[in-house]
Write a protein of this length. Structure first.
Length: 287
């Protein structure tokens, strides 16, 4: 017997789905089946620490569907989505229910949780893929239009691994609190970001990240070549605007020569890089 009525589930989800019309015969009905299955399994195995039906609907279903609502206009038809460390299926399964056309893969290495996910997919009549192993064991060349993470262990390590699974035009969606968000590692430092506060929460957010834009709108890079060179051979830089950037790159990689051909035809001869910890002073005779 269903634990909550469809009307009550719809009311609990209203803050997360806004004014969207909810079809009680499809989405709400499937969520009711999902909730009933989750409660029965959770009684004998620890799938989620939240056990109250209304709290599960609000916290797990609601946050997942809010992510689905924000992601939906950003994902084309039949897009691929990887739920990294899916656990009991959040946010991947509610996203799949919200967007049945998506090709969703739930990655979960714990056997008991992966077994539950298979049963949930079977019960809900879905074609969702279950990857019952560590995400890192997916084929190396397999990437996705979207990668989601929520409440995974060692979030910083997981994010670093997840970046390799995002396609060049894809995005990463992270459901997290402010504290864990501040700990996002360097691989995301150059990614563009937008943040959406989660409804019914004062400190939890949905963070969306996209790959850095391949080409800047300010200039057109015609050629970028990096090659080893002798320590005292200065690289040539053909760009009047971005010389400081080239200096920084050359300082980090002192044995790499950088050539950039841009719209500007101005050439700058960059002097040899001084050892780290010293100040490189210009040569007056070179002026």
């Amino acid at each position: 017997m269903p634990t909550l009525t469809p009307t009550r589930i719809a009311a609990l989800l209203q803050p997360y789905l806004g004014t969207e019309v909810i079809d009680n015969n499809t989405l709400i009905g499937q969520l009711n089946l999902y909730l009933d299955l989750l409660l029965r399994w959770n009684a004998r195995t620890n799938l989620t620490a939240i056990r109250e039906p209304e709290a599960i609907v609000a916290r797990h279903f609601g946050e997942s569907l809010f992510a689905a609502r924000i992601l939906s206009p950003r994902l084309p038809a039949n897009a691929t989505l990887l739920d990294f460390g899916s656990g009991a299926g959040f946010p991947g399964l509610p996203i799949q229910l919200y967007r049945p056309d998506l090709q969703v893969t739930l990655s979960e290495s714990q056997n008991k949780k992966a077994t539950f996910l298979r049963e949930a997919v079977r019960t809900l009549g879905l074609t969702t893929e279950i990857w019952a192993a560590r995400t890192e064991t997916l084929p190396a060349d397999r990437q996705f239009n979207c990668v989601t993470l929520r409440a995974v262990d060692k979030m910083d390590t997981a994010i670093a691994a997840a970046t390799t699974r995002v396609s060049p035009t894809g995005l990463m969606a992270i459901l997290a609190g402010e504290t864990s968000h501040d700990q996002h590692p360097a691989p995301l430092a150059l990614w563009s970001q937008e943040t959406h506060p989660l409804p019914e929460s004062t400190n939890r957010h949905l963070h969306l990240y996209r790959h850095p834009t391949p080409k800047s709108k300010l200039f057109h890079v015609e050629q970028l070549a990096l090659r080893p060179h002798p320590p005292n051979l200065a690289p040539k830089l053909k760009c009047s605007t971005w010389n400081i950037l080239a200096w920084a790159i050359h300082w980090v990689h002192p044995r790499l020569a950088l050539e950039i051909s841009a719209q500007s035809t101005t050439s700058l001869q960059v002097p040899p890089i001084a050892p780290r910890g010293t100040i490189a002073r210009p040569n007056p005779s070179a002026a």
